[in-house]
Design a protein around this ligand. Sequence first.
Ligand SMILES: Nc1ncnc2c1ncn2[C@@H]1O[C@H](COP(=O)(O)OP(=O)(O)O)[C@@H](O)[C@H]1O
Ligand SMILES: C[C@@](O)(CCOP(=O)(O)O)CC(=O)O
Length: 420
Amino acid sequence: MSRSLLISAPGKVIVFGEHAVVHYQPAISASLSLRAYLLIKQPQDSYDTITLTFPDIDLDMTWKLADLPIGVVPDYGNDVPASLDQNIVKPLNALLTNLAGQPMKLKAAFVFLYLYCLLTKPFSRGGLFILRSTLPVGAGLGSSAAVSVSIAAGLLVLAGKIPQDAVSSPDLDTLKLINKYAFLGEIAIHGSPSGIDNTVATYGGAVKFQRVKSGTSSYEQIPNFPPLRLILTDTRIPKSTATLVAGVHTLIRDMPVMGNSLIEAIGRVSSEAYKLLSSPECDADERSQQLQTLFRINHGLLEGLGVSHPMLERIRLSSVENGVGETKLTGAGGGGCSITLVKPQADPANIEAFKTHVRDEYKSKAFDGSLGGPGVGFVVQTENTPASLFDSDLFCSFKCSEDIIDHFSVNDGAHWQYWC
Ligand SMILES: Nc1ncnc2c1ncn2[C@@H]1O[C@H](COP(=O)(O)OP(=O)(O)O)[C@@H](O)[C@H]1O
Ligand SMILES: C[C@@](O)(CCOP(=O)(O)O)CC(=O)O
C-alpha cells in the first residue's frame, strides 16, 4: 500500500506596500486564484530514495537518502529555527553542485531537500514528490512562497508534526507551524524576505502584514475585503527579487533621507488603503476613486525607489490612456507583473483594447485573477477521492497551466480540506 497526499497553496498579489514591507512598513496582500500543487507518493515498504519531479522547471532528479545530511541538526523540539542551519546548508550545497548555473532548479531542489533534512528523522522513508504550479515562475505573484508553503505542509504531515485529520475546526497552530517552516524556504530563495508572501500563501484571504523589529511579524486578516476588479499583466521579463531588494537597501544606505522618505510614504499609502478596504460602511464610489489615486501614488513611489521597468511604465500608460484605470507594479518589480485596478465605469471595449495592446505590442500577457481565496489545503487519498487526483503520470502530463486549472476545477470539488 502506498500513501498519497496532495497539497496546494496559493500565490499572492501585493496590492499595496511591496519593498516598504521589508523595511518594517505595513503592506496589504491577498491570495490569488492561481496555485501550486504538490503530489506526494510514498510506498509503504522501505524506499530509500527521494525523487523530485518538477516538470514546470524541467527538474527530475533522484538522491539516495543515505547521501542527505539527515539527522545532523539538533532536535529543536517544538521550536522552529529562525534562520538556515549551516550544518545542513554546507553538505547540501556540496550535493547540488551539478545544478550550479541553473538557479531556478538549484533553489527549488535546495528548498525541498533543506526542509526534508530539517524535518525528517534518520531511517525515514523517501518518496516521489511531483510539483506543478499555475503561477508564472518568478513574476512577482509569489510562486516561490506557494511552492515553499506546499513543501513545508507536505513534509510536516509526513514527519507526523501535523495531524492529517485535524481539519474539522480552525487550527491556527498548524497554520503557524507551516508558515514558519515555509519562511525558511523563502529565506533559502531570497535571502532576507519580509515574510508577507508565505503568510498569505498559508492563511489565504486578504491580510495587512507588518514586520516587527524584534524579528517577528504581525498580520491581520481583512474580513470585509471588497471584490476588486484587477487585470494582471505579466511582462514575461525575468527579475530577481533578491537583487531588487538589495538595490533598495543600497539607495537607503547611500541617500538615507530620500530612501527612507519614499519607504515611509509607501507605508502611509498602505495605511490609507487599509482604512478604505476594511470599512464596510465606506461609500463604494468614493472608495473606488481613492483606491485609484493610491495605486497611482504607490507606483510612483516604487518608481522613485528604482524598482520599476520601462515595460511596466508602458503598460501603466496604456491602461490610463485607454481609460481602464491606474496600474502599479506588484511584487519586486524590475519586470514581472503589474496590476491594473479597473474603474467601475470603464468601457468593456477599452478593456479589451488595453489587453490586446499589451499582448500585441508589448508581448505581455493580461489576464483576470480573483483575490482572497483559501490558503494551504490538502486532499488525502481514500476510497472516496477520485483516483485521477493522485495519478502521477496524468499530473506530469499537463502541458500548460490552463490544463492544470481545468484538471482541478473538474476534479477537486468537495475533496479539498483546509486548516483554517
Ligand atoms: N512550478 C515551480 N516548480 C518548481 N519550482 C518553482 C516553481 N515555481 C516557482 N518555483 C521556485 O520559486 C523560484 C521563483 O521565486 P521568485 O523569483 O521569488 O518568484 P516569485 O516572484 O514568483 O515568487 C524559482 O526559482 C523556483 O526555485
Ligand atoms: C519586494 C518584496 O516586498 C516582495 C517580493 O515579491 P516577489 O518575490 O516578487 O513575489 C520582498 C519581500 O516582501 O520579501
